[in-house]
Design a protein around this ligand. Structure first.
Ligand SMILES: Nc1ncnc2c1ncn2[C@@H]1O[C@H](COP(=O)(O)OP(=O)(O)OP(=O)(O)O)[C@@H](O)[C@H]1O
Ligand SMILES: [Mg+2]
Length: 383
């Protein structure tokens, strides 16, 4: 069995690289009980960061996911499951303590099964609405945590899907209420649709407006990947890889955490350490695996958006309004402007925030295609 150095899912334990500053920020927020929303484009490592930080803090922790929770009842069910998960970490799970837990959860039925408490709405409670169930279960958790003198973390991922519930605004109001008054439960929110997620926290007419600190995750740095990848190389092949090989990995993946793992997980399957050609071949193989998805993404765009994306893939741009760029794209300023706006909103373009000399031709302020494999595909199709 080859050790899994580069997972395609959560990066846990030793699989987790760096994020020093973000870890400190998130830890500070959690210990100061400040609700936080973790924001980034897809697959930058929000969930991994959250799990890492909580494991380091060693606090009772509920992690729930509202993915496709299509109505209030589904949201309530996941939240009460999360509540039960933390309760099982605060109080020893045994018959002896069942009653003391039940005391806090009056409208719920508390039962025991394989190592945890289960908290379910009783027939009576399911007659009352899901907002009430959410509010009372979170409030009960808060009281219990207070009595046990514990601080607990409640992580809600794919939080933007809360908007699917018909009583979404009321549920958000209930969460706000608990988040504001509880001194023992701290909330962290995240989600993979950045636009919809931020809407919930930036819209003045919604309950969670300005309630959270925002932590924006950027890409990684080559400085942090260098020792990390070398350690994995030494463990795998008994030696480091050469600097140009490393730089080729970074240039293809552009420090996008998912793609670094995607490419490296291919490379680390081989019995011998990669040279530059091996990196190129593996990246081409990654492209072949993903080609259908990439084509589907391109097909969803309008003609103008496609032209702009292609031009940026070919040549990342500092000044998209410059004459040269407009000539390359073959479109008027207003069309380019409009197309770029949409491409930024869709997280298909991004602006470089930190200079990193391991990436060829990268510069602060430059606009680039966010998905490095999509950029590669676009360049390929142009040839
Ligand atoms: N700090 C890290 N060190 C190593 N790998 C990481 C790190 N952060 C993320 N990754 C890798 O990047 C990929 C995406 O990570 P993760 O699922 O945590 O991101 P996410 O932002 O929650 O994604 P999504 O938007 O799809 O929910 C995974 O393959 C993960 O292993
Ligand atoms: Mg995630």
């Amino acid at each position: 069995m080859i050790k899994n150095y580069f997972p395609l899912k959560l990066a846990l334990g030793e699989q987790f690289c760096n994020r020093e500053k973000e870890r400190i920020l998130l830890k500070d927020n959690i210990t100061q009980m400040r609700p936080t929303v973790l924001v980034s484009p897809r697959r930058y490592g929000k969930s991994s960061l959250m799990h890492k930080v909580v494991s380091e803090l060693n606090m009772p922790f509920a992690s729930i996911d509202l993915f496709l929770a299509h109505d209030g009842a589904a949201v309530a069910k996941r939240i009460t499951q999360g509540v039960a998960e933390v309760v099982s970490q605060i109080i020893p799970v045994s018959e002896k303590f069942l009653e003391s837990v039940q005391k806090f959860f009056r409208n719920f039925k508390v039962t025991l099964s394989v190592g945890s408490f289960n908290i379910e709405a009783t027939y009576h409670a399911s007659a009352i609405d899901s907002t009430d169930q959410i509010f009372t279960s979170l409030q009960a958790l808060s009281r219990l945590a207070k009595e046990k003198q514990k601080q607990v973390v409640f992580f809600i991922d794919e939080f933007q899907d809360i908007a699917n519930a018909n009583n979404s605004k009321a549920i958000q109001g209930a969460i706000r209420h608990v988040a504001q008054e509880s001194s023992n439960v701290v909330f962290v929110f995240s989600g993979s649709n950045r636009g919809l997620l931020l809407e919930l926290f930036d819209n003045k007419s919604l309950p969670l407006y300005m309630m959270c600190d925002k932590l924006m995750l950027q890409r990684m740095s080559s400085e942090s990947y260098w020792p990390f990848i070398q350690k994995a190389a030494t463990e795998r092949w008994g030696d480091k890889i050469a600097r140009p090989v490393f730089e080729r990995i970074i240039t293809y993946t552009e420090l996008h955490p998912f793609y670094v793992n995607f490419l490296c997980s291919e490379l680390w399957k081989a019995d011998i350490a990669p040279d530059i050609d091996a990196v190129t071949n593996a990246w081409e193989y990654c492209f072949e695996i993903e080609e259908r998805r990439l084509i589907a993404e391109i097909e969803k765009l309008t003609g103008n958006q496609r032209e702009v994306l292609k031009a940026v893939a070919k040549q990342p741009v500092l000044e998209p309004t410059a004459h040269q760029f407009l000539t390359n794209v073959g479109l008027a300023y207003s069309s380019v402007h409009q197309a770029m706006k949409v491409l930024f909103e869709k997280d298909m373009l991004y602006k470089v925030k930190n200079e990193d000399n391991a990436i060829l031709n990268s510069q602060i302020g430059q606009i680039r295609v966010l998905d490095p494999l999509l950029a590669y595909a676009l360049r390929k199709y142009m040839n």
